[in-house]
Design a protein around this ligand. Structure first.
Ligand code: EPZ
Length: 417
């Protein structure tokens, strides 16, 4: 079994370059099939999620050529076949093929998507959006058939500002007849990047990044060149690591405003952070202050950073709280942080952290992607050796994390156990 072994106590200095955003990439690759011609996407992170999506593209006879950080996708000879359960459950984002295939062929056949076990992760809002556009959804256990004689623009108001549903409805509406309005749309930066990609292919989308997105249907989409934005969650994870054990650690290739909620929280705690045009420099300081963090939809504090941030809160003096409002099961890392020596209790959707506490290396499990990142952050400051298993979760979302951390002085290595 793949594992990571970390010897804590090293001071990290130097530069970490942030890769392309996983949560933009996993929508852009499926969205590429909407084009009638070849598209080129650059700054594509090398992740197992990216590999899984390329496998699904190949299963649809879409040619995928990878050249370092770029991917050339040619859907001109693609076929609309069922996406098997084996492929569908590889990752949550497989469901973007539902919106893309419906938008292109008015028919999609696939299975319930996979993804981290941080909640039930229903897709009812996606399906309601497709039905509003005129599609019929047939669901037989895990299998979904979504088809329409015609897709017509509609006014859709989301019960919750769901990232996935916003994107999936945008994909299905791109070639619908007439205009679609999505109200209470999610505002995450990845949605803006995906809308920009679609517009580069000839779509007519406005309002992405606000709560109201307008999509005027077009007949066809064409070739384009597109760049994926830097990954704000990867950047935030390394910034938190810098606050734990960095000395002038530079996090390069970022869009600072995408990290506003994290940066203001770190300043409140007492972290030494200097923000530049497209980078930040962070150093560990002493006497961090406890605080309360409540996760929210963008531009609020991102749920994807609450798990790594919890490690920093174990080093803050006093009582901190993390209130998780997005996912019902996103505290699976807490038991392992307590095994390392932290003092955290959970009541309903609130984790209470008493700090500071000394962490001592033990064997821990990466229960999901961002919990795994939290285990790495903890291992970097724990005394002695921390061994992390189930690291496949981590490799889904952090490109070359071992190499990046090693390059700035961390003692971390892959291990077979
Ligand atoms: C995206 O998931 C991200 N994943 C998640 O990041 C992130 O945590 C989440 O957005 C929130 O920011 C990708 O982009 C691949 P949602 P998504 O739809 O789209 C409920 C990571 O670590 N909901 O905004 O699945 C849902 O249960 C991952 O990179 C419905 O009820 O999130 C949850 O409570 C983890 N019905 C809330 O909305 C639906 O049809 C947020 O879900 C859809 C969602």
């Amino acid at each position: 079994m793949k594992a990571l072994e970390i010897t804590g106590g090293q001071e990290l200095s130097g530069t970490i370059r942030v890769s392309g955003a996983k949560n933009a990439c996993v929508a852009i690759l499926p969205a590429a099939i909407l084009s009638d011609e070849e598209v080129t996407v650059c700054n594509v992170p090398e992740l197992t999620d990216t590999d899984a999506l390329c496998e699904i593209l190949n299963s649809l006879n879409v040619s995928v050529k990878r050249a370092s950080e770029s991917v050339i996708i040619d859907p001109s000879k693609m076929i609309n076949v069922e996406i098997t359960e084996n492929y569908s459950k590889k990752l949550r984002a497989s469901y973007y093929f539902m919106g893309a295939l419906l938008g292109k062929y008015k028919k999609a056949v696939m299975y319930f998507p996979g993804g981290c076990s941080i909640g039930a992760r229903p897709i009812n809002l996606h399906l309601k959006g497709f039905e509003a556009l005129g599609a019929k959804v047939t669901n037989d256990r895990n299998k979904y058939i979504v088809e329409a004689d015609e897709l017509k623009g509609a006014n859709i108001c989301l019960d919750f500002a769901s990232v996935g549903a916003t994107i999936n409805i945008m994909l299905a509406a791109t070639k619908a007849k007439g205009t679609t309005i999505i109200d209470n749309a999610a505002r995450e930066p990845e949605i803006v990047n995906i809308a920009t990609f679609l517009n580069n292919m000839g779509a007519r989308i406005s309002g992405a990044g606000t709560s109201t997105i307008k999509i005027q249907g077009v007949d066809s989409l064409h070739k384009c060149f597109h760049e994926i934005i830097p990954d704000r969650i990867e950047a935030g994870t390394y910034t938190i690591i810098g606050a734990l054990c960095g000395k002038n650690l530079k996090i390069d290739n970022i869009i600072p405003e995408h990290l506003d909620s994290l940066i203001s929280k770190l300043i409140e705690i007492g972290v030494d952070i200097e923000v530049g045009q497209d980078y930040l420099v962070v150093s560990k300081k002493d006497n961090y202050k406890a605080t309360t963090v409540k996760t929210a939809v963008y531009p609020g504090f991102p749920t994807d950073l609450q798990q790594p941030l919890t490690v920093l809160l174990t080093q803050c003096s006093g009582k901190s709280k993390v209130i998780e409002t997005i996912w019902e099961n996103r505290f699976m890392h807490i038991v392992y942080l307590n095994n390392l020596g932290s003092d955290i209790t959970i009541k309903n959707q609130t984790a209470t952290i008493i700090g500071p506490t000394e962490l001592k290396g033990v064997k821990v499990v990466a229960t999901d992607l961002r919990a795994g990142a939290a285990m790495i952050a903890a291992g970097l400051i724990a005394e002695g050796t921390t061994t992390i298993t189930n690291v496949e979760h981590i490799l889904r979302g952090y490109e070359q994390i071992v190499e990046k951390l090693t390059s700035v002085g961390a003692k971390i290595r892959n291990k077979e156990i």
